[in-house]
Design a protein. Structure first.
Lengths: 351, 338
């Protein structure tokens, strides 16, 4: 069996901080015990969602090899990404691409869009002639819905944030990666332009069979494009599975609170109606560290004594849906905490 | 009918830039009634924040208020006040909750110090002990413990800082609260709690709120009436029900149909065309280059405000049954200039 494209094995990242010179260091677990694989053959569109401090960006940084895990490892085609030889390293950088948050910061303002798009083709020897390179660029631009006359020959500052972010997606596409890790790709773009970026990502996924890991705080856009979702809460997987199940029928109390907190752009949700039963401090104070037990216990309306003692494992609460909550301890727990099967259960692809 | 607590009449804010005059807010007419929640939406650069800042006369150069009136309580035109008189209006009668509470608190002052200083600057009197009692009462009203008064801003989370800003905004019991994207940097769970707090306090005070933002979900859940801005103009005003169920302006129609929701997957509908550049505004209606319903004369005539039903205003030629002499004059002016 060939090893999967990318595999995360029990990833854990701890940031330590000393508040004073002689004080004991504060440990902040950014991500704990995260395992899954993304194969190259079965294209998936997975959302990683969570609020600030949930560990979603830490996960992206570790999967891309920008941050080393405290323990656990990231394997690219079976090899630890920090021990790749030069050739594998180059192949990794081609097959796994990134789209970042800020479309205003990623471009050198002195280079025209042409240069930005030609560079990856040149670096990776993707075209045998200038003509072929140009055709590739035209094809990539068409896929993301940009017209060459609006973009080529222009400088980044002449484009809108939405156009720039689509240029990033087009550049990614030129490399024919197997996986794109997109960290908040639409959060800095005006709301009116977000759909264009999501659409181009979805089209690249559909037309070229490229997998996406879409990292976001916004469940609504996650729902728009993704097939499955992982909900992180303070470094722990709270819930994961088929997006339809998780969003429409959330099982973990945190996911329920999260989904109910989204203001719906429709009338009659009664979103503002007060149910301030839980203290605002617990909700507001993200910095507060929970040393043991379920991280959500301080806020949870269903909290039990055992929740404060141990972190619950992921229980299989439904078809392709797992939740880390003792409310479901009568259902079987997920073996090895590996999310792969949960996230890849795609009826339309599997049958 | 009740009289508006705040009325904007033909408010215009222009920015002098090297590339010419940018009309950031251009002829805004708006009535805000006591106790109501009004939403101001639009894409970035549409002039919503500029309009809010102009109400408090906080526009900084190169921007300036070039015309119009801002009438508070049917009585005073804020634009005619002296700086000192205006200072007495701020916070006491009109307060602002700024965008990004993270950066609006003074990092070197404890919360109680800055709250007391702010209140004293705007006319509050009393002993320090009395003021501290007031601060603790205000913090309690936004759901914070009294010990927060002794903390510095960096010791608070984003949500707690935003609560402090709300406490400050209501400290002098204002009649109008301007909230400029008060929760845009916060997570949804915190956002909901903060908006609930704001709503409760606003109702207790009977204050009117102008909520500035671009999140249509938040607008649908929080405000009573909505104004839609495009290119420095208020292109449509109506109740939330009217705007969501029967949008009139083609821009509003596209805006409503492009909102992503949890009800429809893969809705990639968007507003066609490039975002507007106010440096080189198109002639006639500013939206005509992107408008699917544009007519031949949309590029020539600047639309005027049409009241389609009482209180329901739209700036679009589709609803203009007769072209006014004023509008026709503008056509002539345009042709003469070109």
């Amino acid at each position: 069996m060939t090893p999967p494209l990318l595999e995360a094995r029990n990833l854990r990242k701890v940031y330590t901080k000393r508040s004073g010179f002689f004080s004991r260091p504060d440990e902040n677990v950014a991500l704990d015990n995260f395992s899954f694989t993304i194969g190259g053959d079965d294209p998936v569109f997975i959302a990683i969602a969570g609020e600030s401090g949930s560990g979603k960006t830490t996960l992206a940084q570790m999967l891309l090899g920008f941050t080393r895990p405290t323990s656990g490892e990231v394997l690219y085609r079976g090899q630890n990404i920090h021990h790749l030889n030069a050739d594998s390293q180059k192949q990794f950088r081609q097959e796994v691409q990134a789209v970042f948050q800020d479309p205003f910061a990623v471009y050198n303002p002195f280079y025209r869009i042409d240069h930005i798009l030609h560079t990856p083709i040149r670096k990776f020897n993707l075209a045998s002639s200038r003509k072929e390179a140009e055709n590739m660029i035209l094809e990539a631009l068409a896929t993301v819905g940009l017209r060459p006359e609006d973009t080529l020959g222009r400088y980044p500052h002449q484009l809108s944030g939405g156009q720039r972010q689509r240029i990033t997606v087009a550049r990614t596409l030129l490399l024919r990666p197997r996986l794109v890790i997109a960290d908040e790709p639409v959060s800095m773009v005006d709301a009116s332009l977000r759909a264009t970026i999501l659409e181009s990502m979805y089209k690249v996924h559909q037309d070229y069979g490229i997998s996406f890991l879409y990292i976001t705080h916004d469940l609504t856009t996650a729902y728009q494009v993704s097939d499955s979702i992982v909900i992180l809460y303070r470094g722990i997987v709270a819930e994961a599975g088929d997006i339809e199940a998780v969003i429409k029928n959330p099982q973990h109390p945190y996911t329920q609170e999260l989904v109910n907190s989204i203001p719906m752009p429709s009338l009659g949700q009664n979103w503002i109606a007060s149910d301030d039963s839980m203290g605002t401090e617990a909700v507001d104070n993200v910095m507060h560290q929970v040393s043991k037990g379920c991280k959500y216990a301080t806020r949870c309306p269903h909290v039990m004594e055992r929740c404060r003692q141990n972190q619950p494992p992921l229980y299989q609460v439904g078809q392709g849906q797992v939740a880390a909550c003792y409310l479901y301890d009568e259902t079987p727990a997920l073996t090895g905490d590996n999310l792969t099967d949960t996230l890849h259960r795609r009826p339309d692809f599997r049958q | 009918m009740t009289k508006p607590v705040l009325e904007l009449q033909d408010l215009r804010v222009y920015f002098n830039t090297r590339r010419g005059i940018v009309k950031a807010a251009d002829g805004i007419n708006l009535q805000l009634y006591p106790g109501e929640r009004f939403g101001l939406v639009g894409e970035s650069g549409s002039g919503k924040t500029t309009t809010a800042l102009a109400i408090l006369r906080m526009i900084k150069p190169p921007g300036r208020i070039v015309g119009g009136r801002v009438i508070l309580d049917n009585d005073i035109d804020l634009l005619s006040l002296t700086d000192e008189q205006m200072r007495q209006v701020r916070l006491k009668r009109i307060a602002m909750i700024p965008q990004g509470a993270m950066n609006s608190l003074n990092p070197v002052l404890r919360i109680k110090e800055q709250m007391i200083l702010t209140m004293r600057t705007h006319g509050a009197e009393g002993s320090n002990g009395h003021m501290l009692k007031r601060v603790e009462g205000l913090l309690a009203s936004v759901g914070l413990q009294p010990n927060v008064a002794n903390l510095y801003p960096h010791e608070l989370s984003g949500g707690m800082k935003q609560r402090v800003c709300i406490a400050m905004a209501i400290s002098m019991r204002p009649q109008v609260i301007l909230a400029d994207e008060p929760t845009s940097a916060l997570d949804v769970v915190v956002q909901r709690r903060i908006m609930q707090t704001l709503r409760t306090l606003q109702e207790q005070l009977g204050a009117a709120v102008i909520l500035v933002g671009h999140d249509m979900g938040l607008m649908a859940q929080f405000v009573d009436r909505l104004g839609v801005m495009y290119g420095g103009k208020l292109v449509e005003v109506g109740t939330v029900e009217e705007i969501f169920t029967d949008p009139k302006h083609p821009y509003t129609q596209l805006l409503i149909s492009s909102i992503p929701s949890l009800h429809r997957k893969r809705n990639f509908q968007t507003i066609p065309g490039m975002p507007l550049s106010l440096h080189e505004p198109p002639s006639g209606c500013l939206f005509h280059p992107r408008c699917p319903q544009a007519m031949a004369h949309c590029s020539q005539i600047v639309p005027r405000e049409i009241e389609v039903t009482p209180g329901r205003k739209v700036l679009c030629l589709l609803y203009d049954e007769e072209l006014t002499p004023a509008a026709q004059r503008e056509v002539v002016d345009d042709t003469a200039a070109s």
